[in-house]
Design a protein. Structure first.
Length: 91
């Protein structure tokens, strides 16, 4: 069965939601002919990994959680991404 990647996801995010842990990343990369650390394009079809921890999978499914931990560098903001005297002025 196939699933579709969402904005900001990498294989680790999909593995946690669909298999219940991150251990399936390498197998998913091999099965889908992808790099384990590749930035995913939203809408990429992915073969669902084998289930490992049903409790985690059920939690994510019941609560409609789709982890997306890949940051878009064009939209990073906040104090951690500011540069003194460039984007953060000290007076």
């Amino acid at each position: 069965m196939q699933i579709t990647s969402k904005q900001g996801q990498w294989l680790g995010d999909i593995s946690v939601r669909e298999a219940g842990n991150i251990d399936s990343v390498v197998a998913m990369a091999i099965d889908n002919n992808l790099s384990a650390i590749e930035k995913m394009v939203p809408g990429t079809p992915i073969q669902r990994p084998e289930s490992a921890d049903r409790r985690v999978m059920n939690y994510y499914g019941i609560n409609d959680i789709y982890p997306a931990t890949s940051a878009d560098p064009d939209h990073l903001s906040g104090i951690g991404y500011m540069a003194v005297e460039i984007t953060f002025m000290v007076s």
